[in-house]
Design a protein around this ligand. Structure first.
Ligand SMILES: Nc1ncnc2c1ncn2[C@@H]1O[C@H](COP(=O)(O)OP(=O)(O)OP(=O)(O)O)[C@@H](O)[C@H]1O
Ligand SMILES: [Mg+2]
Length: 230
């Protein structure tokens, strides 16, 4: 479903150029559970932004479900982001003044889903992530782990086939991190392709495939046969 061929990303800042990605070739099939690791500045977030159609490569071809992403218009890209991809970030990025129900409902507003179905689905998702009794709470009234669950519920609202998470456990303690990983693992069992970035080796070990980046290159790509399930 995801094929990257000769992907490069160059950031130009005045006179200087930063080669954030240097010729990345990669295939990720439907249903995979992948961790991306590597030192700070190695290009992990740059890659995630390209995978999520939030940014475009300077060179190379990104094919998503047989479509070349660079050939899509802004409007088509927005549609791909809304329909195919769910995002989860380290800092949650929830709307602080809205209830968590509304936070989960919002992508479905943009997705053109009618109100009754939106609310039904938002409730179901919040129940699924264990927050069914907190629907009218605001994010500030929840713990970090609970906020990340809201973000995951929101990411799932449009039933994406791909879930992208950039350091989703970066702000969470160990126990809460493992709970979030158990949720990702469950979603992957249900068929969602999950790709996450992490700094923590024990988080990466819970996925099925580990990609290690260094200085903009894919240095290692291994199946994780010793997977630690949670
Ligand atoms: N918008 C930008 N403009 C210029 N340079 C950028 C930009 N975003 C990232 N870079 C540079 O590209 C390189 C890769 O950055 P990236 O954010 O992908 O790293 P990362 O692997 O996610 O690091 P971290 O683990 O610290 O999050 C870095 O050298 C960074 O400084
Ligand atoms: Mg990063």
């Amino acid at each position: 479903m995801i094929t990257l061929s000769g992907i490069q990303k160059i950031y130009r800042m005045g006179e200087t150029e930063v080669h954030a990605l240097k010729t990345v070739d990669l295939h990720i099939a439907e249903g995979e559970f992948v961790a991306i690791i590597g030192s700070s500045g190695s290009g992990k977030s740059t890659l995630m932004n390209i995978l999520g159609c939030l940014d475009t490569p300077t060179h190379g071809v990104y094919e998503l479900d047989g479509q070349q992403v660079q050939s899509l218009s802004e409007r088509q890209l927005a549609l791909v982001r809304n329909r195919k991809i769910g995002f989860v970030f380290q800092n949650f990025y929830l709307l602080s003044r809205q209830t968590i129900l509304r936070n989960v409902e919002l992508p479905m507003v943009y997705g053109g889903i009618d109100k009754t179905s939106r609310i039904k689905r938002a409730k179901e998702l919040l129940e699924k992530v264990g927050l069914g009794t907190r629907l009218t709470h605001k994010p500030s009234e929840l713990s970090g782990g609970q906020r990340q669950r809201v973000a995951i519920a929101r990411a799932l609202s449009m039933q994406p086939s791909i879930l992208l998470a950039d350091e989703p456990t970066g702000n969470l303690d160990t126990k809460t991190s493992h709970e979030i990983m158990a949720l990702f693992s469950q979603l992957n069992d249900e068929g969602v392709t999950v790709i996450l970035v992490t700094h923590e080796p024990d988080i990466a070990e819970q996925t099925k495939r580990i990609l290690r980046f260094g200085d903009g290159r894919l240095l290692e790509d291994r199946a994780n046969d010793r997977r630690v399930s949670v």
